[in-house]
Every structure is written in structure tokens, then in C-alpha cells.
Design a binder for this molecule. Structure first.
Ligand SMILES: Cc1cc2nc3c(=O)[nH]c(=O)nc-3n(C[C@H](O)[C@H](O)[C@H](O)COP(=O)(O)OP(=O)(O)OC[C@H]3O[C@@H](n4cnc5c(N)ncnc54)[C@H](O)[C@@H]3O)c2cc1C
Length: 406
């Protein structure tokens, strides 16, 4: 296929994963264009984004290599040093602790729109061609390249197209790549709260028969009224329960939430509106077809209980970074290998999170006794703890060099 635009790659979708991918390819010397129907909402200190992520150290290291980590940490991040997971049915908690694991921190809590804002700033500086607002409507491809038709009549030709256009990916549909989907019939209710007791830079997750509830510590910008007590919650609930709690008066919502967290953080005050997002497992049958790659939610959507959704997407990008070390052009054989490795890692994640969700969303006596013991045992065995933590950190121990103590 000819390359009238002289482009090496087109990225569809400028969410965290697509923007990181565009920046990676541009930094590797490729001529890159990014297409998105919506311009990102600028990050503002006064408005906290309800969508926050627990970014694992391996992905923080990727963002540092892309040259955006410092700008992100300068704006607002919350490092967390501890994670406590426990079962409402009883038993000892599983605790991950940075000191015990000999790490400066376990990860960082960061807003979605801050990550996107800083990545887009870097894209502009790296001369990535931005087509926004614009939508991809047609795709033609062969073994040497792709031709994409945008809704405003522009046609782009490139050696590669990366679909990072989210769970409803238009490009995935145009390429005829099937997905397997399982609707959990649950929603994740999110909000910011102020807790009576300080969060102690710790993530708290309690498993209930209806689903897990998590409180993630959040940077309060030194606000006197908050002082280490601001948290972001993700509360997994069956659809009808989620709707009931979204509609419930504020008093009732915060009382039920404090109860769901087992009273561990004391009374809670709402600091934002409430929102909810549907939960499903969705896996594309393949992440690669001719000169098209799928990354992020376009390839996989997972249960949020392990906070791995966006982390898996960034690992798709980190996998490409490894390939680019051997040369600027990505051969079909390399891409096929990348796709196999990424799909198996993503499928393993998706099914493990689903198994955990099923095991814990069960209030029969025997399973609840067993999982209480299992969590307590895992918490007492340091090698097992290390292994679990390394797995949630992309299989190794990494951290950005410049900000080890951020
Ligand atoms: C409220 C909420 C809370 C969440 N909380 C967590 C959490 O705590 N931890 C976690 O890991 N995950 C969480 N998730 C999931 C997480 O948001 C996703 O895994 C992550 O955002 C995926 O990033 P992405 O860049 O792949 O896709 P998206 O963020 O969906 O970005 C897709 C981009 O593609 C663009 N696009 C759409 N159509 C087209 C088209 N035709 N052409 C070009 N571009 C297009 C969109 O405008 C968008 O910019 C949450 C999701 C929601 C909704």
C-alpha cells in the first residue's frame, strides 16, 4: 500500500493507552498521527477526576522513559506504601507493605485526565500529527500497510495502525476481530470521600458477598480539612444495588459505605458526586491482524478489583518498546509474537480477577472459611507475598529512577 502521508503509524484513540503508544512510537523516530473524536478535558487542580488508577511501578517506569513522569508527579499523585485486603466473612487480612517488600512504595494513585493531559502535551512537543475531533470510519489493509478513511473525508496511509479506541473499538469491528464478552451484571460505584481515620497511604479492599469495596488514598493537596483523609472509592455492586445506592440520600450512602468497609476508616463524608461504570470481561480473539494491533480496552476489559485495567493496557505498549530496541520498523513476525505474549498475559489477568471475584462473592460457610484462612496464610508467607506483588507489577520489580521516593 502506498504511503502518501509519509506516516509510519496511526493511533486510533488518545486515552492513556493510545497516547502512551503514540508517544512511544514518536520517541522511536516514527512519523505518527493520532485520531480521536474528542479533545481531552484539561486537568484542573480544583476538579478531581472520578476515574483514578493505581499505577504499578513498571508502568511508572514506562511513563518516565516517555518523559512525562516528572510532569505528572509535579501535578498530583499519591504514593501508596501499604495494601490491606480482607474478607467480610472473617479471617486474617492479607497485607502488602513497602518496607517488608523492601520497596520505596507499592504504586501511585493518579487521575485519568492528568495522565492524558500530560501525555497530550508531550505528543504536541513530539510533533505527533493530531486529528481531533475526527473519527476513523473505513479501514483497508494488506501485508505492507493500511489506508484509513476519516469522517471529514481525509485519508491516511501508514505502515501500521494501532487501535486504542476503547472497549467499543470501531477499528476492531472494521477488522472483523471477534470478542468474547461476559457481563458481570455489576457496576463499579466511584466517589471521593473524607474518612474519619487517616488512610495512612494505604489501599483498603474488603470483600463482601455482593463484591469488593476499595478505598484508595488520594493526595489532598495539603487541604487543612482533609489531612491524609481523602480517599477514592470503587464499590463493586450488583446492578440494582448500585442504582439504589446512586439514588440513595447522601446520609444513607455514606453510612452503608462505612459499614461495607467494616468501619475500618470510621465515618465517611462525601467529597464529590457519585458515578458508576458497568463491569464486564471482554477479550479480543487476537490483538493482531495484518498491520493492525489492538491495545488497551480495545483488546481487553477486566474486573477492576485488582486495579489492573489500565496497567494491562500500558503493558501492551511496554511490549512494543521492547521490540523497538531491535530496530525502528516492526516486522510481521515480531508483531505476531508480541500479540501472542500480550494476549496470554491479558487473558491470564482477566480470568484470575474473575476467579477471585467469584470466590469472594459467595457467602456459603465453607468457601468463606477457606478464603479467610487463605488470605491470612498468604499474608504470613513473605515469599508468597513477594510473588503476588511481583505478578501485579508486570512480573518484575521496577520503579522510575528519578522519583523513587515520590
Ligand atoms: C469510571 C471508571 C473508573 C475506572 N476505574 C479504574 C481503576 O480504578 N483502575 C483501572 O485499572 N481501570 C479502571 N477503569 C478502566 C479504565 O478506565 C480503562 O481500562 C482505561 O481507561 C483504558 O484506557 P484506553 O486508553 O485503552 O481506553 P479509553 O480510556 O476508553 O480511551 C479510548 C479513546 O478512544 C477514543 N475513541 C473512541 N472511538 C474512536 C474512534 N472511532 N476513532 C478514534 N478514537 C476513538 C475515545 O475518545 C478515547 O479517547 C475505570 C473505568 C471507568 C469508566
Amino acid at each position: 500500500m502506498s504511503r502518501r502521508n509519509g506516516l509510519d503509524a496511526v493511533i486510533a484513540g488518545g486515552g492513556v493507552v493510545g497516547a502512551a503508544c503514540a508517544l512511544l512510537l514518536a520517541r522511536a523516530g516514527q512519523k505518527v498521527a493520532l485520531v480521536d473524536p474528542r479533545a481531552p478535558v484539561a486537568w484542573q487542580r480544583e476538579v478531581r477526576d472520578l476515574r483514578v488508577f493505581a499505577i504499578a511501578p513498571d508502568n511508572a517506569a514506562l511513563l518516565e522513559q516517555l518523559g512525562v513522569w516528572e510532569a505528572i508527579t509535579r501535578a498530583r499523585v499519591q504514593a501508596y506504601r501499604r495494601m490491606q485486603v480482607w474478607d467480610a466473612g472473617g479471617g486474617a487480612p492479607l497485607v502488602f507493605d513497602a518496607d517488608t517488600l523492601a520497596q520505596p512504595q507499592l504504586g501511585w494513585i493518579i487521575e485519568n485526565n492528568l495522565l492524558i493531559d500530560r501525555l497530550w502535551q508531550a505528543l504536541r512537543e513530539a510533533n505527533v500529527r493530531l486529528y481531533c475531533p475526527a473519527k476513523i470510519e473505513t479501514l483497508e489493509q494488506d501485508e505492507s500497510g493500511v489506508r484509513l478513511g476519516l469522517d471529514d473525508g481525509i485519508s491516511l496511509e501508514a505502515g501500521l495502525v494501532v487501535a486504542a479506541d476503547g472497549a467499543q473499538s470501531k477499528l476492531r469491528q472494521l477488522a472483523g476481530i471477534a470478542v468474547s464478552t461476559h457481563d458481570y451484571e455489576q457496576r463499579g460505584v466511584v466517589a471521593f470521600v473524607r474518612s474519619e481515620h487517616p488512610h495512612q497511604a494505604s489501599c483498603w479492599q474488603r470483600f463482601l458477598p455482593t463484591g469488593p469495596v476499595a478505598l484508595l488514598p488520594f493526595n489532598d493537596d495539603g487541604e487543612a480539612a482533609l489531612q491524609g483523609r481523602l480517599g477514592s472509592i470503587v464499590w463493586t455492586l450488583p446492578n440494582a444495588e448500585a442504582q439504589r445506592l446512586l439514588d440513595a440520600p447522601e446520609e444513607q450512602f455514606k453510612r452503608e459505605l462505612a459499614h461495607a468497609l467494616g468501619g475500618e476508616l470510621g465515618a465517611l463524608q462525601l467529597q464529590s458526586s457519585r458515578a458508576a461504570f458497568p463491569l464486564r470481561r471482554q477479550l479480543a480473539k487476537t490483538q493482531y491482524k495484518q498491520r493492525l494491533l489492538l491495545v488497551g480496552d480495545a483488546a481487553h476489559a477486566v474486573h477492576p478489583l485488582a486495579g489492573q485495567g489500565v496497567n494491562l493496557g500500558l503493558r501492551d505498549v511496554a511490549g512494543l518498546q521492547t521490540l523497538l530496541r531491535t530496530g525502528r520498523t516492526l516486522s510481521s513476525a515480531q508483531l505476531a509474537r508480541w500479540a501472542r505474549t500480550r494476549r496470554s498475559d491479558n487473558a491470564l489477568g482477566a480470568y484470575s480477577f474473575e476467579a477471585i471475584n467469584c470466590a469472594f462473592s459467595n457467602d456459603a460457610l465453607l468457601p468463606s472459611l477457606l478464603r479467610g484462612h487463605a488470605l491470612g496464610l498468604a499474608g504470613r508467607l513473605l515469599p508468597l507475598q513477594r510473588l503476588l506483588w511481583q505478578h501485579s507489577n508486570g512480573g518484575g520489580i521496577h520503579a522510575p529512577k528519578a522519583t523513587e521516593k515520590a
